[in-house]
Design a protein around this ligand. Structure first.
Ligand code: FPP
Length: 241
């Protein structure tokens, strides 16, 4: 597959860890653990494919509603993944960043996130964005809050407000929007992920559970993307000239 037809930015909702575990009569935690391995495989495949940005939905603002043991397990998993992987990712020139509201996380987890971001800040390879306690509505609302302050302070008028003003204040302002969105496990929803940013993305849904998603499955998603014609509102004929 030629690189020019590959997406620059791939965003994934990693879904189905629980069902993967249930199918094997394992506790849900085993599914999340296997999910971390799938993250490793997909990062590796993205590096090989020279994808520029990979955004992963690791924990939504709605995930706090899960049983407390599961939430705690996920938090421990994030800490241990950062503890063990950040250095390895750094050695591969990968830049890590996190989007979402960190205020609800423990001091320890916030510390690991900041440390990983600082360590990898100047890396020039694959950018891995991890969405934690993230919600698309929250992201837009925070951008609007900033704009409201700017209007209150007279730095902007309501008449000047444009979509670009909103885009520039989202947590992803420094990144191009995702070209390809992937959701595993058969669900066909955006579930409050990157609501604004997915406006023109190609949407790919697969029945495969996240722990079974690896290089081969990513290849299928990339092939799907390559076969789509992205029109951005133009007609087919306009794009051919
Ligand atoms: C969805 O499966 C998965 C999650 C809510 C957690 C995602 C976390 C990981 C893959 C592990 C770690 C990630 C990083 C970046 C270190 P589900 O529990 O909703 O599955 P179900 O729908 O089958 O119940």
């Amino acid at each position: 597959m030629s690189e020019s037809t590959l997406p620059r930015h791939v965003a994934i909702i990693m879904d189905g860890n629980g069902r993967w575990a249930k199918q094997r009569l394992l506790p849900r935690a085993a599914g999340h653990k296997a999910g971390v391995e799938a993250v490793r495989q997909v990062i590796k495949a993205c590096v090989e494919k020279k994808i520029e940005i990979l955004t992963l939905f690791a924990f939504s603002s709605e995930n706090w509603r899960r049983p407390v043991q599961e939430v705690n397990y996920l938090m421990d998993l994030f800490v241990s993944a950062l503890e063990h992987e950040a250095k390895k990712l750094h050695e591969q020139n990968i830049k890590l960043s996190f989007i979402g509201d960190r205020s609800r996380f423990t001091e320890k987890l916030r510390h690991y996130m900041l440390d990983a971001e600082r360590l990898t800040a100047d890396n020039t390879g694959l950018i891995v964005v991890i969405a934690v306690n993230y919600g698309g509505q929250w992201d837009i609302c925070e951008a609007m809050r900033q704009l409201a302050v700017e209007i209150e302070e007279g730095r902007l008028t309501s008449q000047q407000l444009s979509p670009q003003h909103i885009e520039d204040r989202l947590t992803t302002a420094h990144l191009p929007p995702p070209d390809l969105f992937i959701r595993t496990s058969g669900e066909q929803r955006i579930s409050n992920f990157l609501l604004w940013q997915l406006a023109y993305s190609e949407l790919y849904f697969t029945n495969v559970f996240w722990p079974d998603f690896g290089a081969e499955e990513l290849e299928k998603a990339l092939a799907f993307y390559t076969n789509r014609e992205r029109r951005f509102g133009y007609t087919s004929d306009q794009l051919k000239v």
